[in-house]
Design a protein around this ligand. Structure first.
Ligand SMILES: Nc1ncnc2c1ncn2[C@@H]1O[C@H](COP(=O)(O)OP(=O)(O)OP(=O)(O)O)[C@@H](O)[C@H]1O
Ligand SMILES: [Mg+2]
Length: 477
């Protein structure tokens, strides 16, 4: 059963088997019913893989439980233990078969401390009768609220959106609320479904009503509808007297989910196209360089090529992440990628360059990431091009630090430093424009005979602030 339903490996199954060999002993010693539940693979539900009832005393259940699917709604302690890895003791619960029990759960763990199963002990809750007594006025009220109506007040079942159907032991419908009746009339053209066999009025629930499980929760697609069907057996003195069927229309929900998936696919496709187009531009520039151009033009074309490739890196990173929708890029990883690309592309062949990149992950939206990519490109490119003339080695250091939403980027080298009368060109103009306008930040250039350091500081706004600004800002691009 473990092999068929769970994702446990051989060693873990061996461990479950080892515990299961002791189950009878535990059941006899404690006089309680004992189970092992394991999580079903690719599912949020669990399955009972082993059980023992006390041979010394009274058992809670007469039907076997092994193979039964366990749902979180009914046995929250089991799933709490599964998630936290901690024991949950003496929790009062109503089992899927409607029996009041005192339940204790302790996790079974593998050698790495991961939970592979839950050992469960269930015993009779002694105050069951008292509770049932105190429940009876409530039961009475609920019953009235549910089914009895007069001309002025509708019953609860009348205004329920869910289709609510009661079926007797021979699976004939004894009650269907108005919403269920309308559904049956609209979809199957049957008026007055009460008294008819349930599988005739609602053919798709046939496997559900004939399931020998006490509780079934299934999603079924019928024509254009997605329906969540729940079936609970109704017991009286250990005999199945009928069943309650609840059907919820989840079509809108599934359609919305589908739309979201489609949206994600479209966003991914757009990112792909942007990236491919940028790479096509880069290829054209490369082709032009190879065709043989003057040394001066070659320099300009290579600079443009690097700028285009830096922007393309932003989209490569977005596309490599699992979730393309959230539009966030780690600017530290991005800068590292760009600096490495620039060093590999050359421009400083006589110098052995060492790149040091520091900083923990910092996420920025793609618009900001493009600006940061271009700033890093210009600054690292300047170090490669100007700092190490006639030197055999050099270090370029790219460092990010962050304090809440304030980010500081420093790009430094241990090169010759800038000449006194620096002639500003396009590179530093791009840096200035991007920092002051797109990043709303500041920068500082420090240069001496031991090298050059450029410090850039800017703020990454929090979501709320960004939305407010976007809503009120009418200028700009
Ligand atoms: N890290 C550095 N080390 C030494 N000199 C530098 C450094 N960074 C910039 N410079 C000096 O500052 C000048 C201006 O830089 P800027 O990036 O504006 O232009 P550029 O690199 O010459 O050309 P481009 O427009 O292609 O970037 C450079 O020509 C160079 O002399
Ligand atoms: Mg430059």
């Amino acid at each position: 059963m473990c092999r068929e339903y769970t994702s446990l490996d051989k060693q873990e199954i061996e461990k479950i088997k080892e515990v299961s060999r002791q189950l009878q002993l535990i059941a006899d010693l404690t006089g309680t019913n004992v189970f092992i539940d394991c999580q079903i693979k690719d599912s949020t539900n669990a399955i009972v893989v082993a059980e023992a009832s006390p041979s010394t005393g009274k058992t809670l259940y007469h039907e076997p439980y092994v193979g039964t699917v366990v749902y979180e709604q009914f046995e929250p302690s089991v799933f709490l233990s599964l998630r936290t890895g901690k024991s949950v003791l003496f929790n009062k619960a109503v089992t899927q078969r409607g029996i009041f029990v005192k339940q204790s759960v302790t996790p079974i763990k593998n050698d790495n401390g991961q939970v592979i199963g839950m050992l469960i002990k269930e015993e009779n809750e002694p105050r069951e009768m008292e509770r049932m007594k105190s429940l009876s006025p409530a039961t009475e009220m609920l019953w009235e609220l549910f089914f009895f109506t007069d001309h002025e007040r509708p019953a609860l079942s009348d205004i329920m959106k869910e289709h609510f159907i009661l079926v007797d032991a021979s699976t004939n419908i004894v009650y269907a609320n108005p919403s269920a009746k309308t559904f049956i009339a609209e979809v199957y053209n049957i008026d007055g479904c009460e008294g008819k066999p349930a599988e005739e009025a609602l053919p798709f629930i046939k496997p559900v009503i004939h399931s020998n499980k006490d509780l079934v929760i299934e999603e079924i697609q019928v024509a254009k509808f997605f329906l969540e069907v729940k079936k609970v057996d109704i017991y009286k003195q250990d005999q199945v007297k009928g069943m309650l069927i609840l059907i919820r229309d989840v079509t809108d929900l599934r359609m919305k989910e589908r739309e979201l998936v489609v949206k994600s696919v479209v966003i991914r496709e757009i990112h792909h196209r942007v990236k491919n187009n940028l790479q096509a531009v880069a290829s054209l520039l490369r082709l032009q360089i190879r065709k043989g151009v003057s040394e001066e033009s070659r320099g300009y074309l290579t600079d443009s090529l690097n700028r285009v490739m830096s922007i393309a890196s932003v989209y490569e990173i977005i596309l490599a992440s699992d979730n393309v929708d959230n539009d966030e890029v780690d600017i530290v990883g991005l800068s590292n990628k760009i600096a490495q690309m620039l060093i590999q592309n050359g421009g400083c062949e006589q110098t052995a360059l060492e790149l040091r990149c520091h900083g923990e992950q910092i996420l920025a939206d793609s618009k900001k990431a493009v600006s940061i990519a271009l700033v890093v490109n210009e600054l690292v490119q300047n170090s490669i091009k100007h700092a190490f003339k006639h030197r055999s080695s050099g270090v370029i250091d790219v460092r990010f630090t962050r304090q809440e939403s304030d980010v500081t980027l420093s790009v430094s080298d241990n090169g010759t430093g800038m000449r006194k009368e620096v002639k500003r060109s396009l590179g530093l103009d791009i840096v200035k424009n991007l920092i002051e306008h797109d990043l709303s930040g500041e920068y500082y250039i420090g240069s001496s005979s031991t090298g050059t350091t450029v410090i850039v500081s800017f703020t990454l706004e929090q979501e709320g602030v960004k939305e407010y600004e976007e809503a009120d800002f009418t200028g700009g691009r």
